[in-house]
Design a protein around this ligand. Sequence first.
Ligand SMILES: [Zn+2]
Length: 852
Amino acid sequence: MGDDVNPDRDDLPLRANTSHILVRHYVLDLDIHFHTQVITGTLVLFLEPGPGAGEGAWAGEGPGAGEGDLYTAQPSKTADSWEDESNGDFTLVLDCCDLAVSKVEELDVASVLDLLGLLEEVRGEESVVEPQPGSQSAVLIQRLISLPATQWKKQHHLYSQCSRAPASESGRPLVFHTDRWSLQVRHRGTRTPQEFPRALRICYETKPEGGSVRWTKDQDNRSCVYTAGSPINNRALFPCQEPPVAMSTWQARVRAPRGCVVLLSGENQAEPTHLQETGLCSWDYYVTMPMPASTFTLAVGSWSLVPTAQQTALFGAPHSHTGSLDLPFAASPQFMFERSALKDEKHFESGCTVSGENNVSCCHVDYPCRFTEASAWSQRIIPHRVFAPPSLVPKAQFQILPLLPRCLAAAHATLGVHPFPRLDILIVPAGFSSLGMASPHIIFLSQSVLCGERDGVGGVQPGLSLCGSRLCHELSHSWFGLAIGARDWTEEWISEGFATYLEDVIWARAQQLSRTETDEQSKLKALLRWRRLSEELQNSEDQLQILRPNMESTGQVSESGSSFVKHALNPEKNFMQVHYLKGYFLLRFLASKVEDERFLSFFKLFVMKYHGQLILSQDFLQMLLETFPDKERQGLTLEAIHADWLDRPGIPKWLFEGSAAWTQTRLVEEVKAEPVSPFLSLPQSVSFTHRNGAYICCCDDLVCSVVSEVVKWIGLNQSVGRGRKRKRARPKVNLDRVVTPEQLVLLLELLLEEAELSVTSLCTIQRTYNLQEQDAEVRHRWCELVVKHKHTEAYHDVEHFLQHDQAMGVYLYGELMVHEDARQQALARHCLSLLQDEMDQSARRVVEEMVL
Ligand SMILES: [Zn+2]
């Protein structure tokens, strides 16, 4: 450490000195100003000396000042003098960028009468209290921070009161300094973290260009702002300690124009308070479970609460719907949910020894944990709300609302207690760069997970699968990613690999699929993911393919607690799925060793032990090997898993061998070359027979059905090419056989491997599968086909996709440019010029590089 970080480099610095001092609670008080695109406010920090506070090494280990402004009571000084003048004083380092800090002050908490009550308690049990080198204030704050979980209400009340305390008049002044990545604060003459003030107020404002929040318009052209899931996390929203080890609780009060909804990572469902004098509304949220500051999420906009089918008026409805199961569920029969089945816990609990609250012994720090509440264990569906811009309310109502209780119940059945007591879902603006993002109590979903224009009544919902599986993916993050976090953010697979694996499990349960259907679905998804992974591995740098980039030094930090996240700022990384997919295949590999049911039961055990804590890869693997000790004898060791899966780029051996069937396949080629021979290279031994000019698959396997369809299309295309009568070329496709969106994706991907497809073929394919009505994954493949074959008649489909599915469109820009076709390039430029203002920053940068 110590080197000044070049913001153009790939690694994200985490400079907060969390070994010396820890933020235990944040109180935010913010005003949202849409006209200036600025958030102004105050942040109050409650601090406690960290685990390394007694070592006395802080004075020498300056965090290294970069360019920046110096604010003190005195005239401004240069960065050099900031370093020089420390005189051995302790420096509090917070992660921060693009914030204008105007004041940092110590709070006079001794003036808070209610807090003094704690001092009485302190006197009452004097022997319990550690001798404090600091002032009475330090004793008070320590006592406040240490209140037991059962007294969280009192604790939050006192935090709130303290946050409004006046600045301390007496004592030495605080000085502060900002550079590119940090805010540094000193207290003149204070040498140690123990003596450092325990309650600070920081007055600041955000900058419109700050990367943590996005100011944009929603789909109805109204202003909104949200935390963007940026690689720099929340440090351009408020100064904070970013290293995940700094877990804290928070309270936030946010004022916004009336008519806006303020959504925030808070466990309470806040109701707005109208402020007469300003015409604004104020919203209060809090959490009692300590979490990394990076998980804090905020969204403010004119969104509507999506009413359930029974509710007639927006906002006139009850605010807590616990997912009535009586909702009409307008989907294909396969999604029909039996009420009785939902209630049948036995179906879900099979093989799991952990159930009920009896076995719970929490290993995390003290907080009011749902895992210890009997009522939480029986709550399969937590209270939830869905918000969307008014124009998308009907789609959200018919697509997301009916799915949500089913997915929540299936997640509960798979993983146990919901770690969070409630959930809001927001359909984010079109410029959001991903299909979804999970935060405590909030999930952002892209409009791309919603399907076509039809309202879904009475027909098959072609897009429901994308919506449902994405929802299940984000729900999985409540357990893997949030309740159990990564100690080292470079080990991204711990959340993304798990969520990708679990989305299949949970979504299959939500649909009540049979065992066979589940297996088939999972095989098809594995094949699609394998194709995606092998393509990405061929087209990315080795360094970006390693699941545990820090290898044996994973989780290690500098003496002060600072560290950095490898590759986190590399814009390319945002569009890669290697960690999702390799992590997913690692879990499939482990499941194959242990067998699926036992593997999933183990997930519950793991959650029981590690919820509320941060983990490294080895924590999971170690516990797995201990739980199934016979596996170690069969060669499954920590070292082997590290070597094959986590610490090297490329394709792990098992995956390479196991997928040989798929890789060698060239599925279609083989059928063409030798149509009547056994089709051995498919995952299952499947044979095709040649009958009446059509290849008939002899099994109902989802993959085989696709392959036989593809072969038909290719035959059709060739016969058209040879000038046969078009009549004969009429496809006899059997729509019953390619029914799922995943099948269509595979079908189009296989067709993409064809060098030539005629205009007639393309038009027929589009009509046959009604491609415009399909989900975004399917339409994306269709657009690739259109671009590849310069199918000008369907360029409007490409343009529509780039505009409405920005979370997925980045790759298409590259395709449009690569063929050196003037019309395609003009199309790319046209879309970029239309969208550049609403595009996500990193997406925009990547696209501009390709297009301009
Ligand atoms: Zn717990």
